[in-house]
Write a protein that binds this ligand. Structure first.
Ligand SMILES: NC(=O)c1ccc[n+]([C@@H]2O[C@H](COP(=O)([O-])OP(=O)(O)OC[C@H]3O[C@@H](n4cnc5c(N)ncnc54)[C@H](OP(=O)(O)O)[C@@H]3O)[C@@H](O)[C@H]2O)c1
Length: 281
């Protein structure tokens, strides 16, 4: 099997290519330099020339707050870029895996979201990822994988920010009223490479197991990293950001179970392995 992976310089794309290589699956990783997804001709050319059996599309505009001010730029990547890929997949009858987000939901209530619940994004990033989902849904052979609070070795993320802040200060304040699940790209990559080799198309939620608030996540990071940092829980109103975030990002894994895929390990276990890997670097 030959897979084309977009966004290879990002957190997830990097780990997907590595996972393919471990399994002797040919993976061609591209990023903005080799295939700018906003450039329809380049997308056509690269896909046609590489002749993949499937595409794993990790490239995205992921700067959530910046998106509020650069709406069209964000939409150009997340909706239009995805559309360009979908159009070629449609023409060549290729399966496509697309990554989406808990931000397609509005975060009301406390019940976990099901895969096919109605989507009402609260911010620009969420809206454009939702629009990307709509494009991908045009294909029969599609996987939509919703994830949240992503961390990987190759890039910036919440854990790296906490470790840096913990070295600079004795105390940090972290929001305690947004509940969700962290997702380790290493674990996710293993699932995705399993999945792309099947015909179990559909929409999935695929975070690590268990839920927490950002505050609880931060406490666990400092505990596992053996850092003596006091974490103060604060309300979102005390920590205003440019983009509104959903408070309830709990997500059910009904479709993973139904299609016989193994859920990812707990987020605490993932964090432990991630910190070990960071230590070894
Ligand atoms: N990070 C999260 O917390 C999170 C949460 C839920 C869902 N997701 C989704 O999961 C997927 C992977 O996320 P990630 O954290 O791995 O993202 P990431 O680290 O930001 O990587 C995205 C990659 O896409 C590239 N890219 C941006 N614009 C492009 C363009 N026009 N053409 C080609 N490549 C372009 C980026 O390059 P530059 O860095 O040069 O822009 C970057 O290398 C994305 O679909 C994202 O929306 C992420």
């Amino acid at each position: 099997m030959k897979v084309l992976v977009t966004g290879v310089n990002g957190q997830l794309g990097h780990d997907i290519v590595e996972e393919c290589q471990k399994r002797n699956i040919e993976a061609i990783g591209v990023d903005v330099k080799e295939m700018d997804i906003t450039n329809v001709n380049q997308v056509n050319e690269v896909i046609t020339e590489t002749k993949p059996d499937a595409i794993i599309h990790c490239a995205a505009w992921t700067a959530v707050d910046k998106a509020e001010d650069e709406v069209e730029q964000c939409r150009k990547v997340n909706r239009d870029g995805t559309k360009h890929i979908v159009d070629v997949c449609e023409k060549l009858d290729l399966p496509l895996m697309y990554f989406s987000t808990d931000y397609v939901f509005d975060g009301q209530g406390e019940e976990p979201w099901d895969e096919y619940d109605e989507r009402h994004p609260l911010n620009v990033y969420g809206k454009t990822k939702y629009e990307g989902e709509l494009e991908v849904e045009r294909l029969k052979k599609h996987f939509i994988i919703r994830i949240s609070w992503v961390f990987g070795i190759n890039g910036g993320n919440f854990i790296k920010t906490m470790l840096r802040l913990g070295k600079e200060r004795k105390e940090v304040s972290v929001v305690n009223d947004q509940i969700g699940s962290p997702t380790y790209t290493y674990d996710l990559a293993r699932l995705c490479v399993d999945m792309i080799q099947t015909k179990e198309y559909g929409t999935y939620h695929a975070t690590n197991e268990g839920i927490c608030s950002w505050y609880e996540f931060a406490c666990e990071i400092f505990k596992q990293a053996k850092m003596d940092v006091i974490v103060h829980p604060v309300d979102s109103t005390q920590f205003p950001t440019r983009a509104i975030r959903p408070k309830n990002s709990r997500m059910n894994k009904t479709e993973l179970d139904k299609h016989g895929f193994t859920r990812l390990p707990s987020w605490q276990d993932a964090l432990e392995r991630y910190l070990d890997t960071l230590d070894q670097q």
